[in-house]
Design a protein around this ligand. Structure first.
Ligand SMILES: NC(=O)c1ccc[n+]([C@@H]2O[C@H](COP(=O)([O-])OP(=O)(O)OC[C@H]3O[C@@H](n4cnc5c(N)ncnc54)[C@H](OP(=O)(O)O)[C@@H]3O)[C@@H](O)[C@H]2O)c1
Length: 305
């Protein structure tokens, strides 16, 4: 069992607005609906909106988070907001639009609506460390790419906002995998199983369901601090080589090869270097009731294989 001695009064989840409702947002909506929470969503994606309506959300707006026009279109009120917008392509301009301008628009709305909590899903990519050691939320953040720098700016916008009086939480997610999202398995199964880089850096992964469990645990926790940051990854960061070899052995395929001369798009964006650190998620485990279902990539990937 996790230590919940620092968590006070689990808040009653009543109503949650999810902005940028895609892979994580939809799974979150499903979990919340199971808990009989009133859920609303905003997405710019019409097909996604149709799926959400079918799920039974009380309100689904199709709009750009970064435009202010949705403020007036929202019919219901919500006690909590989870902003899990992503840029989903669109390069740097898309990052600025969805993360930064999106957060600005959300805070402008929140200044009037004053929900109790805003929770923003950021990324562990804000940690630049490359010694392979453990890092927690107290570690330096100096993003290696302009994209990660925008994620950090969006965190700061939320955490430093003075007009919104509610609680502000940032959940820094590791690399998300789960049903329908298993890039590494696909690459290993693919005909050309040569992976970019040397495979020595640690991967910090989180299963879709654990990302949802973590976000809900933060919403429910009624934490003492009015604003806080939590890492959310599994408890067994391992090198890309170790993970790739483990997957290959389960599939009874030869160990995949790595080509240090080959650079992934992410490596290209950070001038060829990849951060190498093991991200600790002890804080969320200690301060909330978060209990991961997939504490190791092995249990998570095993289901997907
Ligand atoms: N993927 C990862 O491994 C990873 C790692 C660390 C952190 N994160 C963070 O985790 C969160 C959730 O990621 P995810 O995988 O669920 O992302 P996702 O599947 O791409 O979902 C994001 C949703 O937001 C919508 N959206 C994008 N820009 C918008 C805008 N300006 N206005 C309204 N809607 C907008 C997208 O619509 P479209 O479909 O039209 O684009 C999509 O439906 C994000 O904040 C992401 O930064 C992800």
């Amino acid at each position: 069992m996790s230590d919940t001695s620092n968590a006070i009064d689990a808040a009653n989840l009543e109503s949650v607005l999810i902005t940028g409702c895609g892979y994580i947002g939809t799974a979150l909506a499903e979990h919340l609906l199971q808990k009989r929470v009133k859920v609303g969503a905003l997405t710019r994606n019409r097909m996604q909106a149709a799926r959400l309506i079918k799920l039974g959300l009380s309100e689904v707006l199709v709009d750009d988070l970064d435009s202010d026009q949705w403020h007036e279109r929202l019919r219901n009120s919500y006690k909590m907001v989870v902003n899990c917008v992503s840029s989903a392509g669109g390069g740097l301009v898309g990052y600025q639009k969805s993360y930064l301008e999106g957060q600005r628009s959300l805070l402008k709305w929140a200044c009037g609506a004053q929900p109790d909590v805003i929770c923003y899903t950021s990324s562990t990519s804000v940690y630049p460390q490359n010694t392979g050691d453990w890092v927690d939320e107290t570690a330096t953040t100096e993003p290696m790419t302009e994209r990660s720098s925008i994620l950090l700016q969006a965190e700061q916008l939320l955490l430093q906002d003075k007009a919104f009086m509610g609680k502000k939480y940032v959940v820094r997610l590791g690399g998300i995998y789960g049903p329908g999202r298993h890039y590494l398995i696909d690459r290993i199964k693919g005909e050309e199983a040569v992976l970019p880089g040397g495979g020595e850096h640690h991967m910090n992964l989180v299963h879709q369901e654990d990302a949802v469990r973590g976000i809900i645990a933060v919403l429910e926790a009624s934490l003492v601090n009015k604003s806080d940051i939590f890492n959310l990854c599994d408890a067994e960061p391992s090198t890309q080589g170790e993970i790739a070899n483990w997957i290959a052995s389960r599939l009874q395929l030869p160990c995949p090869k790595f080509d240090p001369m080959k650079k992934s798009p992410r490596m290209q964006r950070s001038n060829g270097s990849t951060p190498d650190r093991k991200i600790s998620s002890k804080k969320i485990t200690n301060l909330t009731k978060y209990l991961p279902k997939y504490p190791s990539y092995k249990t998570g990937y095993l289901e997907l294989l």
